[in-house]
Structure formats: structure tokens, C-alpha cells
Ligand binder design. Structure first.
Ligand code: SF4
Length: 740
């Protein structure tokens, strides 16, 4: 007899594969243990999970090895950052936070408090964080690392279609005739979906054309029929150029445009100016390639567009998302099998966060803080006084850093994320954190970079130790059970938020016996909304398996619609989808004489975000032993750096070093670094030290995908760079004297 297995969703990327977890003690087998002696649960693909059909990548397959090592055991506190941490009880830790909240509410008001959460949260954690900050305290200063990941997709969907919510499903990969992958290295970042696409192509090569739009010849691009290696920051012009050609060839779907869209004329006026010749020159691609791709749209084949951070992490991220949706509206490629604009989310529950209102402008159920009716509905559900929820959007991720810089925040609470690797302009974030009187970090692991700048560390129970729900990129919700005991003295985040709520006097509002109760309250609040999941519960998900929303009360499991907008009635006030008409801006920080190269950052297949988990797995470390700077041979010659030698990479904000990999895979003028390695890692390479803070004005998502740099042999730093750095430092001293 084998020990029963449990089923859950992989806690890494937004594909949200199903995992089957096998207990460490299997009959006839020795118990597997990690280097610290902790027993290891084995993970394998869950064949019953409809999103992944038994497939799993190496990160998911090794997650069992990461769960116990290097964990934070108990709450730790220090009054100032130059002191050592001392153990404290949970009661002392939570009272410290409660006292700080009370004092701050009296002295500065609720907006001097902010929380920065994570797509690693379960939906229950997300939901109670909203209730605590937005409902109990009266500040909308909750934002999540999803802001850095896909908030441009949220804004683009909302502006074009009337609501957030990806309209497609993974089955569309099996039915499309054209797959356009733009700004996404799916092979490494969403590997199981990419394998599904490859299998489809292998089965019937002539039935599918794969187009990849990316400045690098990534592993994704290697599988493409057409690879457009566009210059960084030029994709909106490219999309306008494609729309121009669709119109020129009369490939538009006139009846769809007439019946189901609005704002066509301004869109038409903009794209007519982006002629093929102008676009080809602007993007640095042959005009013929542009025509080839545009033809795929105007032939009215079933086109599925997939994108992720290469599109979203841009100062015109929302405009690019909308530019892509424009093409689908123009050709009527939406709301049907095998077609549509499909955002691939980065994190396992970024989607659940959006549903629970986990960004500074949102409320649960895809509601907005700026909408009086929405606020009133949520206030009533939360049983807080009318007017308690602020009508002003709270501070988005980078705005929270700026508020700390100005000395405006008295409490910054970071949970389940590691901003001292993932934020832009990292030295500035470190300096800002030093100005905040109380930085709380809720973390599963003992040694994240952010913990080094915290006053109070709270040990968090993580996935596998707490029960909750997560939603993946295709709107499928999976119940994730607690199948291992909580580590050390750790507690789930939702329990901690509820405890603080009760300590602040909101006893009725925060008295829960289980996360199932929290989830039931949340799903009730989605009734009648686009993301209606009022028919879902922990019990139903555990018994019937993962379900896609919408799933209103009374829905039959697995019978709900796979796609949104199949009737072509959109979520806007008029029911019509809206064309956008933004003019391309390009990069916020284009290359110049001093910083002549564009640095773009990305991910490796075997690493996840800031390596707090994957950095503990030997197999993954062997796959990617160190970060390398990819540079074109011509650029390597021009900047006198050699393969396998160390190079200094400098931007207006700082310097880092990395080993060079000379490769023709990357465009001339562009260099690439992975973003995973923070300052606690052996091979530290803080790529985001170099990045600027410019963000999309609509989505507030920083342009983490590109900045201007110069590269030199590591022994010498180019003189003009030193001069430029000195000038900028002097300027910053003038602007923010209190920092220095
Ligand atoms: S593709 Fe993503 S969700 Fe699936 S196993 Fe790999 S990391 Fe996990």
C-alpha cells in the first residue's frame, strides 16, 4: 500500500500546473531528506489537473526540496537596523505592529501605513490584507509585487474590454492557427505551456505558425516560424504597423467593428501614419518580415497572442497591451476558440490577487476604489462605517518607496516578496527603507535580501503548510491543501492579518475559524461580477477539482464557459470593446553617447524570481551556476570585453559586474542579464541596481525591461560614467537632502 498523495497547484509561475505530492515515507523506500535532514515530499505532475494534464517543469518537480531549508523559525525584532535581531513572542511582535498602527493613525493618519504583498499569497491572504488596510484602517496603500509583473495587462484589459480578466484559455493553444508570442520567453518562464505549443506544432506542423517578437533569440524564438528581433521599446510601433497593413489589405472584420467596438476613427487616424517603411526602420526589422506577420492577421486565421513582462514592464505598457488588443478587435479575433489576447501572469496567484482587490486601486470582485457604488458594496459586506474606504487610489509599489524616501511612511509591511531584488533602482530602495521607523517583513525564509533592512521579521507558513485557493492564468482556481505541518513557530499570513484586525478592535470582522470561512466571505463578494465565483468553496474545489470562473452559485462543476466575451458583449458601459489610439513613445531611457547599450533583463528556466526557494536546489544551481551578461560579438569587440571574463555594467544609477557570454543570439546594441541574483547570493549580480524608476503612467508598472548602460572590462570603469554618476549624485543630494 502506498501512502496517499495530495493534489495542489504549483506555487511557482502563473501557468498554475497541478502537482501531485507524495509523502516522504513511501513503503519499501528510504525517507528522502534535504541537507538539513528534513523529510522531502516528492512532486510530480497531476494528470487530473485540466490546466497541465500531468505536465510539470523542473521547478515544480523539485519544489519539495525547498520547503524546509533555511526557514525563519520565530519572530525576530530589533529597534534599529544597526542592532542584532532578538527573538520575541508572537504576542510582542503583533503588539508592536498594533501600537505602531495606533500611534500612526493618531499622528499622521492611515496613509502613513502601507503594505506590499505578493502573488505568492493565497487568495485568503490577499483578501484579508484588503479588509485590514482598506476596510479597517481606511487606507488603500496595499500594493503587491504583481504591480511589477502584470498591472499593465490589468489596465489594458480594463481600458479596452471594460474589465480585467483574460478572455482565453489554455485549450486555445490547441486550436489557434497562429500563435504570436510578444515580449515573453515562454520556453523559460511558462515552460509547460510552451511544451504544449511545441507538441501541437510537432503533431501538425502546417496547421500552426509561431511568431516570436523579442530582441533576443531566446529558446522561445528558436521554435518560431518567424522571429522579429525588434529593437527594445518599439513594439507599439510594430503593432500599429501591422494594423496599418491589415487595413491596407482590407483584412478588417467590418461587421465585428461596426457592431461590437467603439473609438475606431481615432485609432484609424493613428495607425495610418505608421507606414510599413517607417515601422521597419523604427523597429530595425526588414519590411518583408513585418508584412508576413501582418498577413497572418488579415487572413483572418485564428490568432492567439500571448504576452508577459516584455510588454508589461514598460513605461508605455498599457498602450502596448491595448495596441495588441486593437489587432484582435480589428480582425474580430476574440471570444472564440483558438483566438484572443492572452496575458500570461508571472506568479501562481497574481490572478487571485486581482480578484481579491490586491492592488492599490482595486477592491474585491474586480471593483475600483474610485467607484462610490463599489465602495459602498464592500463597506456593507465588511460591516465597516460608510465612507471608511478611501475614494483615492493608494500608493502603488514604487510610490510606496518614494513615500518612504520623503519620510511619509511610519510602517511598511512587506509580505511574501523580496523587493530588494525585484524593485528598480535598488540602492535608492535601500536608502528609502532606512527612513521608515518600522519595516515589518513576513517571510518563510530566514535570509532574504529585504530581511536585512527590516526591524521585525514574522515567520510565515508557506504553501503546503496552509490551506487556500490560487487562480492561474486561464482563470482556473485550485484548492491548495495544508499537507505538511507548519514550520517552527510560523503562522499563515491571513491569520496574522486577522489577529491585527482583532487587536485594533474589529473583533467581529476578523473572527474566523478557518481559511475556508475567509474564502466563503470573499466568493460571496464576487456575486454578479465578471469574476463571479460565488459557487466556489474549499469543499467544492477539494471534491470536484480545479474550476474556471465565472462560477456563479449553482454552477455545475467543469461545465462553466471556458472563454469570456463569446457573445461579443464586452464589460464596458456600452457593451462595446474600445480601440485605443496611443502614439508610440519608445524607451524612457534610450541609449546615448555615455550609455550606448540597452540592458534588458529576464529569467532562467531553473530559477524563480529572487531564488529564495530555487536557490536551495542543487540541480537548479547546477543548471544555472551563475548569472551571465549576454552581448553580441560586435559589441563585445567594441567595448573590449571577452567571453568568460568579468565585465562592469554601469548605468546612471550604479555599477555591477558579471561574467560575459558573447553570443549572436542577441541584437547588436542590446545586452541581457538575469534578474534573480541578489546581494545575499554567492554570485551576487543585482541587475535592478541599474534600472530606472520610470513607470507607465496608467498602470504604474515600472519599466524594468530596459535601461541605458555601458559595458567595460571589470578592471576599468569608463571615465565619462564616473563623471555622469557624480553629477547625478550631486543632483539627488539637492533634491532629497534628508537622505544623505
Ligand atoms: S510551468 Fe510553472 S506552474 Fe508549471 S510546474 Fe513549471 S513553474 Fe510550476
Amino acid at each position: 500500500m502506498t501512502t496517499p498523495s495530495v493534489r495542489s497547484q504549483c506555487p511557482y509561475c502563473g501557468v498554475g500546473c497541478g502537482l501531485e505530492l507524495l509523502a516522504p515515507a513511501q513503503p519499501g523506500q528510504a525517507v528522502k531528506r534535504d541537507p538539513e535532514g528534513n523529510p522531502i515530499w516528492t512532486a510530480r505532475g497531476d494528470r487530473q489537473h485540466p490546466s497541465s494534464l500531468g505536465q510539470v517543469c523542473i521547478k515544480g518537480a523539485t519544489v519539495g526540496e525547498t520547503l524546509s531549508r533555511g526557514r525563519l523559525q520565530q519572530p525576530l525584532y530589533r529597534a534599529s537596523l544597526d542592532q542584532d535581531f532578538q527573538p520575541v513572542s508572537w504576542d510582542t511582535a503583533l503588539q508592536t505592529i498594533t501600537d505602531q498602527i495606533r500611534t500612526t493613525l493618531q499622528s499622521k493618519g492611515p496613509d502613513a501605513i502601507a503594505m506590499y504583498g505578493s502573488g505568492q499569497f493565497h487568495t485568503e491572504d490577499y483578501y484579508l490584507a484588503q479588509k485590514l488596510l482598506k476596510g479597517a484602517l481606511g487606507t488603500n496603500n496595499f500594493d503587491a509585487n504583481s504591480r511589477l509583473c502584470m498591472s499593465s495587462a490589468v489596465a489594458g484589459y480594463t481600458r479596452s474590454l471594460g474589465s480585467d480578466g483574460p478572455p482565453c484559455c489554455y485549450e486555445d493553444i490547441d486550436h489557434c492557427s497562429v500563435a504570436v508570442l510578444i515580449g515573453t520567453n515562454t520556453a523559460e518562464c511558462h515552460p509547460v505551456l510552451f511544451q504544449r505549443l511545441l507538441k501541437r506544432k510537432k503533431r501538425n506542423p502546417n496547421s500552426l505558425t509561431i511568431v516570436v517578437i523579442d530582441p533576443r533569440q531566446t529558446n522561445t524564438a528558436k521554435a518560431a516560424d518567424i522571429h522579429l528581433a525588434v529593437a527594445p521599446g518599439t513594439d507599439l510601433a510594430l503593432l500599429h504597423g501591422m494594423a496599418h497593413l491589415v487595413l491596407r489589405e482590407n483584412g478588417q472584420d467590418v461587421s465585428f467593428i461596426d457592431q461590437h467596438t467603439e473609438n475606431y476613427k481615432p485609432f484609424f487616424d493613428v495607425v495610418t501614419r505608421w507606414t510599413p517603411r517607417k515601422v521597419a526602420r523604427f523597429c530595425g526589422i526588414p519590411e518583408k518580415r513585418l508584412r508576413d506577420v501582418a498577413e497572418l492577421f488579415h487572413r483572418r486565421q485564428r490568432v492567439l497572442s500571448l504576452w508577459s513582462m516584455g510588454v508589461n514592464q514598460r513605461r508605455e505598457g498599457t498602450a502596448v497591451v491595448q495596441g495588441l488588443i486593437n489587432l484582435h478587435l480589428l480582425s474580430g479575433q476574440i471570444g472564440k476558440e483558438g483566438a484572443g489576447p492572452f496575458s500570461l501572469t508571472g506568479q501562481p496567484n497574481a490572478m487571485g490577487g486581482r480578484e481579491a482587490g490586491g492592488l492599490a486601486h482595486l477592491l474585491p470582485g474586480y471593483r475600483l476604489v474610485t467607484n462610490a457604488e463599489h465602495r459602498s458594496q464592500v463597506e456593507q459586506a465588511w460591516n465597516v462605517p460608510a465612507g471608511r474606504i478611501s475614494p483615492m487610489p493608494g500608493l502603488a509599489a514604487w510610490q510606496q518607496v518614494e513615500a518612504m524616501e520623503r519620510g511619509e511612511l511610519e510602517l511598511w509591511w512587506v509580505a511574501a516578496t523580496n523587493p530588494l531584488v525585484s524593485m528598480p533602482d535598488l540602492e535608492r530602495v535601500k536608502a528609502a527603507m532606512q527612513r521608515c521607523p518600522l519595516v515589518v517583513v513576513s517571510e518563510a525564509y530566514a535570509d532574504s535580501e529585504t530581511s536585512h533592512y527590516a526591524h521585525l521579521l514574522l515567520p510565515a507558513s508557506q504553501w503546503s503548510e496552509k490551506a487556500g485557493a490560487m487562480t492561474n492564468s486561464e482563470r482556473r482556481v485550485t484548492y491548495c491543501p495544508a499537507y505538511r505541518p507548519r514550520h517552527g513557530d510560523s503562522r499563515p499570513d491571513w491569520e496574522v492579518f486577522a489577529d491585527i484586525g482583532r487587536r485594533l478592535g474589529f473583533v467581529d470582522q476578523f473572527s474566523y475559524h478557518s481559511s475556508a470561512e475567509v474564502y466563503a466571505e470573499f466568493t460571496r463578494l464576487t456575486t454578479g461580477r465578471l469574476c463571479d465565483m460565488s459557487g466556489l468553496s474549499h469543499d467544492l474545489l477539494a471534491q470536484e477539482g480545479p474550476q474556471q470562473w465565472p462560477f456563479p452559485q449553482g454552477s455545475a462543476p467543469t461545465q462553466t464557459a471556458k472563454r469570456l466575451y463569446t457573445d461579443h458583449h464586452f464589460a464596458t458601459a456600452t457593451g462595446r470593446a474600445r480601440f485605443s489610439n496611443d502614439k508610440p513613445l519608445g524607451l524612457a531611457e534610450p541609449p546615448c553617447n555615455t550609455f550606448p547599450l540597452v540592458l534588458t533583463v529576464g529569467r532562467y528556466l531553473g530559477q524563480w524570481h529572487t531564488m529564495t526557494r530555487t536557490g536551495k536546489v542543487k540541480r537548479l544551481q547546477t543548471m544555472h551556476p551563475e548569472p551571465v551578461l549576454e552581448i553580441h560579438p560586435d559589441d563585445a569587440r567594441a567595448y573590449q570585453v571577452e567571453d568568460k571574463q568579468l565585465a562592469a555594467i554601469s548605468s546612471r544609477r550604479g555599477h555591477i559586474t558579471a561574467k560575459v557570454q558573447v553570443s549572436p543570439r542577441i541584437r547588436r546594441g542590446t545586452v541581457f542579464l538575469p534578474m534573480h541574483w541578489g546581494f545575499t547570493q554567492d554570485k551576487a549580480c543585482e541587475a535592478n541596481v541599474l534600472m530606472h524608476d520610470q513607470a507607465c503612467p496608467v498602470s504604474k508598472q515600472p519599466e524594468l525591461k530596459a535601461c541605458a548602460v555601458v559595458v567595460a572590462p571589470a578592471v576599468s570603469v569608463v571615465k565619462p560614467v564616473e563623471q555622469e554618476m557624480g553629477r547625478l549624485k550631486a543632483l539627488r543630494n539637492l533634491l532629497t537632502p534628508a537622505l544623505h
